[in-house]
Write a protein that binds this ligand. Structure first.
Ligand SMILES: Cc1cc2nc3c(=O)[nH]c(=O)nc-3n(C[C@H](O)[C@H](O)[C@H](O)COP(=O)(O)OP(=O)(O)OC[C@H]3O[C@@H](n4cnc5c(N)ncnc54)[C@H](O)[C@@H]3O)c2cc1C
Length: 427
């Protein structure tokens, strides 16, 4: 099983070693975490000649499955930076429409082709490829530095202001000082914990088991949700394979595991057409299945003097509509838009960090509220008792049959509200 790990406390010996950290670089911005948020912010600041240090705990980008959806809004941002050709050259597949299969038939939910954008689709590209691409582009700028295998474990504080971080590398402990420290270190953010900021959590009623099945030429299964016989499966068509997400009641994984892989395959077979159900035999070990403990949370305060939190560190998004990467990148763009001028001047006021939060908190909360409704009214309701038929609520069917509603959904999911654009020029 590939599972996320939460923050572990340090031992006394580790704390003592950390205290003897050697002095390291002094930069304008130190970013903790080379995920989508951290790398995008680093790229945008480095393009303006600002010195950036990105610290990444892992030695490479090849981590557990973490989703691979790049929405039209991100494609527009990449286009604005003049990098779309390189991104689109990566092997990928595209989702233009998304619908729901229930016992009553197929219902189209949204169609990105309705959008007025050069990129009317969701690009599906493994996150490892996407991050490698962003890192490569950022490293072309001389003021951008990425240190892999650098785990931040402490914050440097001076007169109530965060002035940098302490981090651990193979060679030992180091310190980096910065005018601005940005926590882009994901859902289990160590920096958030160190800064004493507590997220407000909601409890989504589901978890997701992610896995792949081989796809063959002529397979007709469309990307979308399959809500059948009291079970629910998300299907993403990925060229040579299908990426599948089996939705289970919260905390239900242990029970599924105890019942065994053969029982899981039997359950999944009920959701798939015959020709695909036979391919479930390729699932031979739990290590082929990534468990996503679905969370949704937000910080009431995204900053402290000298410190800003963005991406999953500031808000964990539910996987409904697959917008986590999207929102993380939008945070980065807005942060660069609003803070670059001050960073260039070398003076940064707490109120400017508050402006970033103001700009991004409400879009995030709005999306989370919509996700909550979808989870409770559609997904949790679809996980009914064995044999019971799930019927989409009549009001829902009525709504999504309207073209305007499908367009609004495509806009909300694909482009975001408000639409985020890069406002700072590169050098
Ligand atoms: C199983 C799974 C499936 C998902 N599916 C999708 C999907 O289909 N579509 C979608 O949009 N989103 C999906 N998501 C969510 C998406 O991955 C996140 O929303 C997105 O990656 C957030 O980006 P981020 O840059 O804020 O954080 P992350 O991508 O989590 O990056 C944080 C980085 O910080 C590093 N880090 C952590 N702690 C430290 C430290 N102390 N020091 C240094 N570095 C540190 C981590 O190694 C990591 O590289 C999924 C998530 C999971 C777990």
């Amino acid at each position: 099983m590939l599972e996320e790990s939460a923050v572990t406390p340090m031992t006394a010996a580790e704390k003592a070693a950390m205290a003897s950290a050697s002095a390291g670089p002094e930069v304008t911005c130190c970013i903790v975490g080379a995920g989508p948020a951290g790398l995008m912010l680093g790229l945008l600041l480095a393009r303006q000649g600002l010195s950036v240090l990105v610290l990444e705990a892992h030695g490479d980008f090849d981590r557990d499955f973490r989703g691979d959806t790049v929405h039209p809004s991100v494609l527009e941002i990449i286009d604005q930076l003049g990098l779309s050709e390189g991104l689109l050259a990566l092997p990928h597949s595209r989702v233009q429409q998304f619908g729901l299969q229930t016992e009553a038939g197929w219902l189209e939910l949204t169609d990105f082709r309705l959008l007025s954008t050069r990129y009317p689709y969701i690009m599906l590209v493994p996150q490892v490829e996407f991050l490698t691409f962003l890192a490569w582009e950022a490293q072309r700028w001389p003021t951008f530095h990425l240190e892999m295998g650098a785990r931040v474990e402490g914050l440097l504080e001076q007169e109530g202001r965060i002035v940098g971080v302490r981090y651990r590398t193979r060679e030992g402990w180091r310190e980096a000082r910065a005018l601005l420290t940005v926590a882009a270190d994901g859902r289990f953010s160590r920096v958030r914990h160190l800064a004493g900021l507590e997220p407000v959590k909601t409890s989504p009623p589901i978890d997701v088991l992610w896995f792949r099945l081989p796809r063959q030429p002529g397979d007709q299964l469309a990307s979308g949700g399959r809500f059948l016989h009291g079970r629910a499966l998300v299907v993403l068509e990925r060229g040579s394979y299908y990426q599948l997400g089996y939705l289970i009641p919260k905390g239900g994984y242990q029970q599924i595991r105890q019942a065994g892989l053969a029982a899981l395959r039997r359950e999944l077979a009920i959701l798939l057409p015959k020709e695909l159900a036979t391919r479930l035999e390729t699932l031979q070990g739990w290590n082929q299945i990534a468990v996503l403990s679905v969370e949704s949370s937000y910080l009431k305060r995204w900053y402290r003097p000298g410190l800003l939190l963005i991406g999953d560190a500031a808000h964990v998004m539910s996987p409904v509509a697959g917008v986590g990467i999207n929102y993380a990148i939008q945070d980065a763009v807005v942060a660069a838009n609003l803070l670059s001028a001050s960073l260039r001047r070398g003076v940064l006021d707490e109120r400017e960090l508050a402006r970033v939060q103001r700009a991004r908190l409400w879009p995030t909360r709005l999306m989370q509220l919509v996700q909550e409704q979808m989870q409770r009214r559609l997904i949790a309701a679809s996980l009914t008792k064995e044999g019971e038929q799930f019927r989409l609520p009549r009001w829902f069917r009525w709504l999504v049959r309207r073209r305007l509603v499908r367009l609004l959904l495509a806009h909300f999911i694909g482009l975001g509200v408000p639409r985020v654009r890069v406002k700072v020029a590169g050098s």
